[in-house]
Write a protein that binds this ligand. Structure first.
Ligand code: CTP
Length: 432
């Protein structure tokens, strides 16, 4: 009788990077599991902010430290940041079974940061001589590796051989190393990529790509209407809500164009940003992004607080302050969203407006509903100025012709994801 050798273990996690059907319920799904493997490099201290940022982005994080990583960073730091015990030992805290198998099955993605030359060599040769290496040998999920080492070690043919082997195996991808100063004070390619760059590569791996293939245009921030070379009329919008929408949409696979009024916020990864100043310049940038007959975008989210009025003309020199009363004649700006709503012929682009109001909750919803109809939007996100302007969090109600959905007060990133889940569901329902 012949026996068949056991085949490769079936992956016990669903494969990632799938375009999952848009259910609109993505935000209620279990948090994604990220296993952070830290190996023994001075750059190990940079893994702590990474663990924190991952947890902040909603991932559940577990950490494996190699024995040499423990020489650089303390397990207590990582257990504090991840809220879970840190593993180093093959026969560690796991009650029964094989810890490396359990960790590999648990992970939706594995991040090795920093990855030393030694660890790359062990990975490339399939070693399983400690918990970190054995877990990676078991892993079927996406693996992102952030090498960190002295430039001479990185450029050594042995290390380059390891990298080439790992790349041709197709089981992991690399971020960095980058050119810069390393721990010894020398410079060259070997420095670990910055945590922001690593996160920008990792988060899409653990985020359902339900907006892949879509062009999402977002407007954000205030507009500014200049009166003279030193004065202007504007509003208190910080741009945080629009930037969060752009960032999350890109993370979910969309091609994103962000039309930003004057704000001091970093451009989210993979987002095309167009800076504008006045309402008229925002209008022309939006028309450029939406293309002829609005055919170039699938979704427009108007999170910008567009100034309703502008000065007659910008005074070329500073207005003098002799008069006891200054009367300003302001002219109405175009209502950009309403004009687009009127010009739209089919279902594209899906139009999401915002309404910032200052009344009671009931009246906020009533006023927002009137804007939904007047501007011919698919949805209006209603919020109170006190809850939203300049804040890191927001309390909004998403209003459509059929529904009124109040969301709890939450971080603007979370609110953005809920709005985008609505977008994904709408486009899913009505044909992508
Ligand atoms: N909007 C726009 N063009 C304008 C004014 C507003 O496109 N000139 C858009 C905003 O980006 C937002 C929505 O219209 O998506 C509602 O903006 P809001 O400031 O709440 O209301 P207004 O339309 O300006 O009305 P009011 O100031 O009377 O409340």
């Amino acid at each position: 009788m012949t026996s068949t050798p056991p085949g490769p273990r079936a992956p016990s996690q669903p494969p990632l990077r799938l375009v999952r059907p848009a259910s609109g319920r993505e935000d209620q799904r279990a948090p994604q599991h990220v296993l952070l493997v830290v190996t023994g490099s001075v750059a190990a201290y940079k893994a702590a902010p990474l663990a924190r940022a991952l947890a902040k982005a909603g991932a559940e994080v577990r950490v494996v430290l190699t024995r040499s990583a423990v020489e650089f960073v303390g397990p207590a730091t990582f257990s504090g940041l991840s809220g879970r015990p840190v593993e180093s030992d093959m026969f560690g805290s796991h009650a029964g079974g094989e810890l490396h198998v359990a960790l590999a099955a648990w992970a939706d993605a594995i991040l090795v940061a920093p990855a030393t030359a030694d660890f790359l060599a062990r990975l490339a040769t399939g070693r399983a001589d400690d918990l970190a290496a054995a877990t990676l040998l078991c892993a079927t999920c996406p693996v992102l590796v952030a090498p960190a080492m002295h430039p001479t070690m990185w450029s050594h043919p042995a290390t380059q051989r390891s990298v080439a082997t790992l790349q041709s195996d197709g089981r992991c991808r690399f971020v960095g190393p980058v050119d810069g100063e390393v721990a010894s004070g020398d410079s060259g390619v070997g420095r670990m990529a910055e945590p922001e760059q690593i996160l920008a590569e990792l988060l899409p791996l653990v985020t359902p790509q339900d907006l892949a293939g879509l062009h999402v245009v977002v407007s954000a921030g205030p507009t500014v209407e200049d009166l003279d070379p030193v004065r202007f009329v504007s509003n208190r919008s910080s741009g945080k809500m629009g930037f969060a929408l752009a960032e999350r949409a890109a993370r979910r696979g969309a091609r994103v164009t962000l039309i930003a009024g004057p704000v001091d916020l970093p451009t989210p990864p993979s987002v095309l940003r167009v800076d504008v100043r006045s309402a008229l310049s925002m209008q022309s940038a939006l028309h450029e992004a939406l293309g002829p007959e609005l055919r170039s975008a699938d979704v427009l989210i108007m999170a910008a607080a567009v100034g309703d009025y502008r000065a007659d003309a910008e005074h070329p020199t500073k207005l003098k302050s002799h008069a006891p009363v200054l009367k300003l004649a302001l002219h109405k700006n175009p209502d950009i969203l309403a004009d687009i709503g009127r010009a739209r012929t089919g279902r594209r682009p899906l139009l999401i407006g915002f309404a910032v109001e200052t009344d009671s909750d009931a009246r906020v919803i009533e006023l927002a509903r009137a804007k939904l109809v007047a501007k011919r939007c698919d949805a209006i996100v209603a919020n109170h100025a006190r809850d939203s302007l300049g804040q890191d969090d927001n309390r909004v109600t998403v209003i459509t012709n059929e529904t009124t959905e109040p969301l709890p007060r939450a971080d603007k990133g979370w609110v953005a994801d809920r709005i985008l889940s609505f977008v994904a569901a709408r486009l899913g329902d009505k044909g992508k």
